[in-house]
Design a binder for this molecule. Structure first.
Ligand code: PEP
Length: 250
């Protein structure tokens, strides 16, 4: 039985005080039976938000990570730093990182390996552009992204893994994938993982959907058998809409 994971990816939004206020408000609504809730604020807000969330079941995650533990990498943040700030999860390979910051499958693989080594649960993002979907290349592209990110990573290295299927054309556009289309891709991802690792592992790892999830469409998306939660951008910035999506998952 997979517990759905509802994760808020705040991207480059909220100052420390805004993030703390959000966490305090969300905490008042906890616990959330039957759902795991995660928020991923920008780096500066991680430690202050961790303090607010201490003693609750609301998890904290980062939006990115470097693959080295320490060193001369100006502007980067390492897995031990994220652990020390209170993170349990880290988003890796978000399409905005791939698109605007040149992250390749090889970079994503390094980050994934580093996160796993430090006991951070990776949320690996995969997803196709509109152009790829329209020419029927979705499954090939998803397989290529999975292969690239997971190459050389053995089952024994993975305690827990989350995949987020996020079609690029659905992110921040207000145009979500149809539930049956998202289900089809999530099922494809699970089959791929079952072949690559084992059916037991693939059956236990959560596969989220992300892309314009709102309180209005969440229930229908989350009702699909292979959609085990949502990675939520815009609608995670307000407690009211984020809480409504959490309720839809319960
Ligand atoms: C995201 O950033 O991962 C995302 C899915 O954004 P939005 O919900 O705003 O489409």
């Amino acid at each position: 039985m997979r517990v759905p994971l509802i994760a808020g990816n705040w991207k480059m939004n909220k100052t420390i005080s805004e993030a703390v206020a959000f966490a305090q408000e969300l905490k008042l609504l906890a616990p959330f039976p039957g759902v795991e809730v995660l928020i991923c604020p920008p780096y500066p807000a991680l430690a202050p938000v961790a303090e607010v969330l201490a003693g609750t079941e609301i998890a904290l995650g980062a939006q990115n990570v470097h693959w080295e533990d320490a060193g001369a990498f100006t502007g980067e943040v390492s897995p031990p730093m994220l652990k020390a700030a209170g993170c349990r999860y880290v988003i890796i390979g978000h399409s905005e990182r791939r698109q605007y910051f040149g992250e390749t499958d090889e970079i994503i693989q390094r980050k994934l390996k580093a996160a796993l080594r430090h006991d951070l649960i990776p949320i690996l993002c995969v997803g196709e552009s509109l152009e790829v979907r329209e020419r029927g290349g979705t499954f090939d592209l998803i397989a290529k992204q999975l292969e690239g990110a997971l190459s050389g990573i053995g089952e024994e290295e993975i305690k827990e893994l989350v995949i987020a299927y996020e079609p690029v054309w659905a992110i921040g556009t207000g145009r979500n994938a149809r539930p049956e289309d998202a289900q089809e891709v999530n099922c494809f991802i699970r089959d791929w993982l079952a072949r690559r690792y084992s059916p037991v592992k693939a059956g236990s790892w959560r596969i989220q959907y992300g892309g314009s999830v709102t309180p209005d469409n969440a229930a229908e998306l989350l009702a699909q058998p292979d959609i085990d939660g949502a990675l939520v951008g815009g609608a995670s910035l307000k407690v009211e809409s984020f809480a409504a999506i959490i309720r839809a998952a319960a």
